[in-house]
Design a protein around this ligand. Structure first.
Ligand code: NIG
Ligand code: FE
Length: 402
């Protein structure tokens, strides 16, 4: 663990330098001549209050109130996990177990979690939510998006978002996750509910509107209705797109200038071209392919086409019950054609891009002081040493939290 020269009052405007950093990943575009990640060797970073105020070679670091010795190890921006479903109750161990014995994944399993979530108390839901946020923080995630989508009534969706908004700024309304059992005979009536009273009740708590475009969930026309209704209420679209089958999700996301198209597992050339032509980020979620034993999304194809790629966990009890961004980085490097540099960029700056933010996911003057100190000399070890808990310390908003 790092040593602190004085007991820092880190919440104040006191300045702290982390020095003796072997490799500092900045993602600072103004340094990108050094590497895609803007890596500074033999570096230091200075934070003041909740912000980064200086980065550079350690011999040039300005004087500060406090000093932390990184011990010749690597520092990178806290991970930005732009896709998770943390408001839920129960788990789906049996479904996972059956899948690992050969059963296929389908969207229908979502209804199991909907039933458990509706039956849970606010306190139970909040306990589960905060437990997973804390678990993610210990693994280096300092910004985490979370969605509704396991309530699917006006009251249960609004409750999910109200609870989520207590713990993260990145809250997404996913009333259009699946059609709940009680509306199975009349999906159009459910879409009317989502775009009407449910949206009215949920919009005050949310920044984003999302829809699961998939066979067994919502088609292109229904998705368009949900996303445009959300947009009229000030929410910005993001889309669960092309996960299990080819479909209109990705192209709809780009057409509506969604912040992100998520999953992107089954893509035609037209889908890739659409992503390359717009500013919609492709968010890849390898935990889902791992946990559903599905084909990996082809990150290489997207990167070679010039698409901005984010990497996130999709943490949820059905298709991807992991809160570990390092695990996703390792999968992306091993199985999706990403280099370690690309995967680390996608898990930090890429996630920030998917949330349309520049104040997180990079370590440059003005950004939030959200930092991870690895027990490793290089960020490459995140892929090189899979499954090893390499996150040694985490600062969030300038405060040491792990
Ligand atoms: O992102 N794809 C849709 N929603 C989730 C899965 C939810 C579930 O199976 O409970 C996902 O993978
Ligand atoms: Fe998801």
């Amino acid at each position: 663990s790092p040593s602190t020269a004085s007991p820092a009052d880190s919440a104040s405007s006191a300045s702290t330098v982390i020095t003796n950093i072997a490799a500092l990943v900045t993602n600072d575009p103004s340094l990108s001549d050094r590497s895609p990640l803007g890596v500074i060797q033999d570096a230091a970073v200075v934070m003041e209050g909740d912000r980064v105020v200086w980065t550079g070679g350690r011999s040039k670091a300005p004087a500060t109130d406090n000093r932390v010795d990184a011990g010749g190890r690597a520092v990178l921006p806290g991970f930005v996990d732009s896709h998770a479903h943390l408001v839920f109750a129960g788990d789906r161990t049996e479904e996972f177990d059956a899948r690992m014995s050969g059963r296929a994944y389908s969207a229908g399993g979502i209804r199991t979690t909907v039933a458990a979530t509706r039956a849970a108390s606010d306190a139970d839901l909040e306990r589960t939510l905060t437990r997973h946020l804390a678990e993610a923080l210990r693994q280096g995630t300092t910004t985490m998006e979370t969605k509704s989508g396991y309530g699917l009534t006006v009251e249960d969706e609004a409750r999910a978002l109200r609870l989520a908004a207590r713990h993260t700024d990145e809250v997404t309304f996913l009333g259009a996750h699946v059609v709940p059992a009680e509306h199975a005979d009349d999906p159009a009536a459910y879409v009317d509910l989502v775009t009407g009273p449910m949206l009215d009740a949920c919009a005050p708590y949310a920044r984003w509107v999302d829809v699961f475009v998939e066979e067994g969930a919502f088609d292109g026309d229904q998705a368009r209705a949900v996303l445009t209704a959300g947009r009229e209420k000030g929410l910005v679209p993001r889309v669960h797109a092309n996960q299990l089958s080819y479909g209109p999700g990705v192209r709809l996301a780009v057409e509506l200038d969604a912040a992100s198209a998520d999953h992107c597992t089954r893509l035609t050339d037209a889908d890739v071209d659409a992503l390359a032509s717009g500013r919609t980020v492709a968010t890849l979620l390898p935990g889902a392919e791992f946990s559903t034993r599905a084909e990996w999304p082809d990150a290489r194809r997207l990167l070679d086409a010039g698409v901005t790629v984010a990497l996130s966990t999709d943490c949820n009890p059905g298709s991807s019950f992991t809160s570990s961004v390092p695990f996703c980085v390792a999968l992306a490097v091993r199985d999706m054609g990403m280099t370690p540099d690309e995967a680390v960029w996608s898990a930090t700056a890429g996630g920030a891009a998917a949330l349309r933010r520049t104040d997180v996911g990079r370590l440059a003057p003005g950004a939030y002081a959200d930092l991870v100190l690895l027990d490793a000399p290089s960020h490459v070890h995140l892929a090189y040493r899979p499954g090893v808990p390499l996150v040694d310390a985490v600062w969030r908003r300038g405060v040491r939290v792990v």
